[in-house]
Design a protein around this ligand. Sequence first.
Ligand code: ZN
Length: 173
Amino acid sequence: MGSLNYYSPEQWDAAGARARADAEEILRAHWDGQLPVKPIELANKNGAWVYSSDLKDSASGMLVKADSAPPVIYVDNGDGFLRQRFTIAHELGHLVAHRQEAGDDAVSYVDFRNSTSNPVEYHANEFAGALLMPEEHFTNLVRAGKSDAELARLFKVSSRAVAVRRKTLGLGA
Ligand SMILES: [Zn+2]
């Protein structure tokens, strides 16, 4: 076989469904119910340190964990506030998935801005969207007629993240 990766629709769907369930579980366990959701606080409550620093080579975020050490999330300080929030939530998604598969083992992820997607990245992105835009609140606000710009402001995410979340939840374009 060649080096082209092919993933079946079932693999994408399973990754997305798991991501949303994982985010709900973290919110249930640690969220204070206030908007906007604070991804640094949720990462801290899950045992991870979060640092903002100058990441090289067009990396936007990293998750690094050495043996017998707490996991560390790095986010690029050159990115805007909203992007940094999403990246932190994305890296927390990687951490949650890693723990399910490999417990306390060491791990290192580097996320680049232009990386191609796969079910692992899809999981982390769906997790981030579900964490930052909790389903019940998001759905209620959409049904109350809030615009995407208002939703982006309330949840402190980009308009693009709002659009993706709407689509995921079947709430129109
Ligand atoms: Zn990633």
